[in-house]
Design a binder for this molecule. Structure first.
Ligand code: AMP
Ligand code: ZN
Length: 467
């Protein structure tokens, strides 16, 4: 049985989708603010969500996933102003870089990646705010901005487990909060000011731009409907972002917005959250430049349970490299042994799918990887002693392929350079002409370039030396 920890109830609960057929799972995940390159702390969150999605799919669910891109907020506006370029020109390269990084980390793309500035979503944000104002859940203050009235939503604080009373001002209110009725009221619509330059949209309250929280409520409900199965983010999103999303959305729809809230703990550096503002961050590019690979970073960020803080170190990356090497060698041994197998047979000593069973328990990846490495150790030993049949090796490879649809830790496929393809084509032609001497010369030439050619019954195979 699948079960996950729900931030709303602070307990691990059985998972049941809203879909009456029990098939489709609607998942919304808060995406990056595109004012800079995402750092690997952000990617810890996206990798936890990737693990969640892939495991749900392994269990037969169809996941409909949306991840937003926050491309209008204080930071993006400031960045565009400092560079002297239009907002969209400023955010575009960071959006592109984000998609490249997702690919390098083998994160399955969401079905939709809406941008907050898409006109359809801006229109929906305005419509939601209009409804909130009409129903008394929001008001326009003297500064022309529109705020959500938290006093109008008695369960405000239920996600973060905060007491509404504690959010009331106890004495003096800081001077820049004077416009609001309550210090906890948050902006739905920010009135245009000089700092915003030409970033503004017309609205019933005058020119301005949406607040961050309403962006997610509008994109989530606009693309997935009023009710979601799961909503994810990092723990820093719980308050105020997700708390605000619940309040706005539930006041608009009159329904429970999200059944299951899942949040991952932070990636830390020396006991502190990895964050742009602390300057203690690495982007994926920083690590690739140092010679680490996307799959090594994927391994490090995936291998700790999502609810436990993870300390980022270079020793951790080295450990990932060794672990992956073990898996590669195991896969290669099984591949070699299974080459004569005519069919696939289960490995006799393996009882059930313990790997997936571990993930069923709130994505217990540490236990799942423990199961995997026990299997690697036991089957390597069986191979050492000649006790594993080619058919069982094939069976293990099939199993590995299945669980690797969740882990996605297979070796990198090296791109074949054009000159190598040309040499290979030349060699294929020489073989066709039965010019064996030329074919051998070309094979040696390829080897000098670091590529091994093997002629098998299934055709010619090209691999990297040592790959
Ligand atoms: P941001 O671009 O700051 O809105 O963050 C995007 C996502 O990354 C959010 O879900 C954050 O909760 C998450 N996040 C930010 N920093 C970290 C970190 N150090 N560890 C894990 N997740 C993080
Ligand atoms: Zn969000």
């Amino acid at each position: 049985m699948l079960q996950f920890h729900n931030t709303l109830t602070r307990s691990v609960e059985p998972f049941t989708p809203l879909d009456p057929d029990g098939k489709t799972v609607k998942l919304y995940t808060c995406g990056p603010t595109v004012y800079n390159h995402a750092h690997i702390g952000n990617f810890r969150a996206y990798l936890f969500e990737d693990l969640l999605q892939r495991h749900l799919e392994y269990r037969g669910y169809q996941v409909e996933r949306v991840m937003n891109l926050t491309d209008v907020d204080d930071k993006t506006i400031r960045g565009a102003r400092e560079k002297g370029v239009p907002l969209a020109d400023f955010t575009k390269p960071y959006k592109d870089a984000f998609f490249e990084d997702l690919q390098a980390l083998r994160i399955k793309p969401a079905d939709r990646f809406p941008s907050a500035t898409d006109p359809e979503h801006i229109a929906r944000m305005i419509a939601m705010i209009e409804k909130l104002v009409a129903d008394g859940h929001a008001y326009q203050a003297d500064d022309k901005s529109v705020y959500f009235r938290i006093a109008s939503f008695p369960s405000y604080g239920k996600l973060a487990h905060l007491n509404l009373e504690e959010l009331r001002p106890s004495g003096r209110v800081s001077s820049d909060e004077y416009e609001k009725e309550n210090i906890g009221d948050f902006a739905l619509w920010k009135a245009h000011d000089a700092q915003d330059g030409d970033v503004k949209w017309d609205s019933p309250w005058g020119p301005g731009r949406p607040g961050w929280h309403i962006e997610c409520s509008a994109m989530a409900t606009g693309l997935l409907g009023d009710r979601l199965d799961i909503h994810c983010g990092g723990v820093d999103n719980i308050f105020p972002h997700h708390e605000a999303e619940i309040a706005q959305t539930e006041c608009c729809t009159g329904q429970k917005f999200v059944n299951l809230w899942m949040h991952c703990a932070h990636l830390m550096v020396d006991g502190r959250k990895m964050a742009k503002s602390f300057g203690n961050f690495y982007t994926l590019r920083d690590l690739l430049d140092k010679g680490w690979t996307g799959r090594e970073v994927r391994y490090v960020l995936l291998s700790a349970h999502y609810r436990l803080p993870l300390n980022f170190t270079f020793e951790g990356l080295s450990g990932a490299r060794s672990a992956l090497q073990r898996l590669d060698e195991w896969q290669q041994r099984l591949t070699d042994l299974s080459s004569t197998a005519r069919k696939s047979e289960p490995y006799s000593a393996m009882a059930g799918d313990k790997f997936a069973a571990a993930l069923d328990e709130d994505l217990n990846i540490s236990a799942a990887l423990g199961v995997l490495f026990d299997l690697v150790r036991d089957t390597n030993r069986a191979m050492d002693q000649g006790e594993l049949s080619p058919e069982q090796a094939r069976g293990l490879l099939d199993y590995w392929q299945g669980i690797n649809s969740i882990l996605r830790l297979e070796p990198e496929v090296a791109a074949i350079p054009a000159e190598i393809t040309a040499l290979l084509d030349e060699r294929t032609a020489a073989r066709a002409a039965k010019d064996w001497a030329k074919s051998d010369t070309l094979r040696d030439e390829l080897l000098k370039h670091g590529w091994v050619v093997k002629d098998t019954k299934d055709g010619t195979k090209l691999t990297r030396v040592g790959g």
